[in-house]
Structure formats: structure tokens, C-alpha cells
Write a protein that binds this ligand. Sequence first.
Ligand code: IPE
Ligand code: IPE
Ligand code: MG
Length: 255
Amino acid sequence: MANDDLIAIDTEHNVPRHIAIIMDGNGRWAQKRFMPRAVGHQAGVKAVRKIVEYCASHHVEVLTLFAFSSENWRRPEAEVSLLMTLFMATLQREINKLDRNSIRLRFIGDRLAFSEKLQQKMAEGEAQTQNNKALTLVVAANYGGHWDMCQAFLQVQKKMATGELKTEDINDRLINQYLSTAGLPDPDLFIRTGGEQRVSNFMLWQLAYTELYFTTTLWPDFDQNSLEDAIKSFRSRQRRFGHTSEQVLNQSVTL
Ligand code: IPE
Ligand code: IPE
Ligand code: MG
């Protein structure tokens, strides 16, 4: 691995370069208030806005948000359909705002399962914001870590069949180029709200050396102070990437 892969923190601004979040707990947030789960999802969108604003103004390079998993289709039809409507409405409302704030929007996940209209809006959002230089906002929609690896392996296999790639070419750097996150640094900080301590098929390859942070705060209650707590925890950790603690402290290796 080259040293440039290991840069963990934006030293100038002292924030993780890439934060990836499983936004969990919308349903429970609403149920606690005796309201339908839909209200929780709506409140969840408001929390997204605050967190995006924080990351954009604090020089985070990439923010990845898990919006809908490849397993979430198993939910009741009415909830899936509500989530799709909310997704579309949010894109319609927010794309220009993201663009004005120089935020680049990118989607990861199998988008072919979405309606044509939604796919079109997603493509529009990506095209409109593609040259923006501030935060890259990655929205994981119909995303699963297993799906991501399978689609990467399939692309590699096709290139091997045509002779464009050979067995010797296969290594982690090459696989990285075919994952949906190609070109992005791996997450430095992973956050899961809502109290569960699992990764639920999120970025399985990319989380190899990510610092994990779990909080019981439900996603709609997760605000800028909550994010600062997570970043504080991240800063207090020593990332070793296989080295010894002494090596890191003596700076005999570049992280
Ligand atoms: C996360 O909140 C949002 C999505 C999965 C779309 P949940 O809807 O999973 O909320 P809980 O876990 O039921 O509280
Ligand atoms: C993970 O949350 C997916 C998203 C937040 C989009 P879930 O609530 O679906 O995860 P599980 O099913 O509890 O693992
Ligand atoms: Mg959940």
C-alpha cells in the first residue's frame, strides 16, 4: 500500500477526510412520539441537511450517507413507496441548493431498480454538480456491500474474458477501481446512529480500516453537536494500519 492511501485526517482542518454514516432510528423516533414511521423519515431528511451543512463548512472531503439498503425492499410496500416519494421530493428540492454550495452529488448502488423518473433525476443531479469542488456527497441508494463487490468482480471478469486484464493484474488497487466508490478515499470515520452495532451490508470492502463509532442517538436527533462528539472520538484514537504504536508515535512511518 502506498503511503498516500494512509492519510487519515485532513491535517489542515483536523477533520476526517471521509465520513460514512448509517442513518438509523427514524422509525423508532416516530414511534416514541406515537406518530407514523413516515414522520420519522421526514424528520430524518432535516437531520441530513444539518449534517451536510456541517461537513461542507468544516472541509470534510466526502460524506457518504446510507439512504436505502438493498435489503430495505423487504419492508412493507407502503413504507418503501413512501421512501421513494421522499427521495424524489428531496432531490427535486435540494439539487439546486447543493449546486449553489458547490457540493458534488454522487450515487452508489443499483439504480436500475428505481423508477425511470427517479433514475433520471439522479443522473441530472450528478451531471449538474459534477464539477463542484467543495464536499462530495455520496448517497448510497439500493446499495449493498455484496452488490458492490459482485458488480466489480463482474466487470473485471468481462475484461479478463476479452484479454484486457490478466490474472496477474488482480490486486486490491485494481478492485478499488471497479467498486462504486472508485476515485474516493476509503471512509476514515464510520458512524451508526440508532443503537445497533452492525454494518448491515454497508461498504464492506471500503471499511477495512475505518474507525467505527456507534451512538444510541436516533438519526432525527443527530445534530452538529452529535457529529462533533463523533469527530472528537475519532481524533482521540491512534490509527496504526498494522504498525506498532511506537512506530506511529516516533513517526518512523507515514500515515
Ligand atoms: C433508517 O431508519 C432509515 C432507513 C432504513 C431508510 P429506520 O427506518 O431503519 O428506523 P428504525 O431502525 O426502524 O428505528
Ligand atoms: C440500514 O438500516 C440501512 C439504512 C440506514 C439505509 P436498517 O435499519 O435497514 O438495518 P437493519 O435491518 O436493522 O440491519
Ligand atoms: Mg433501522
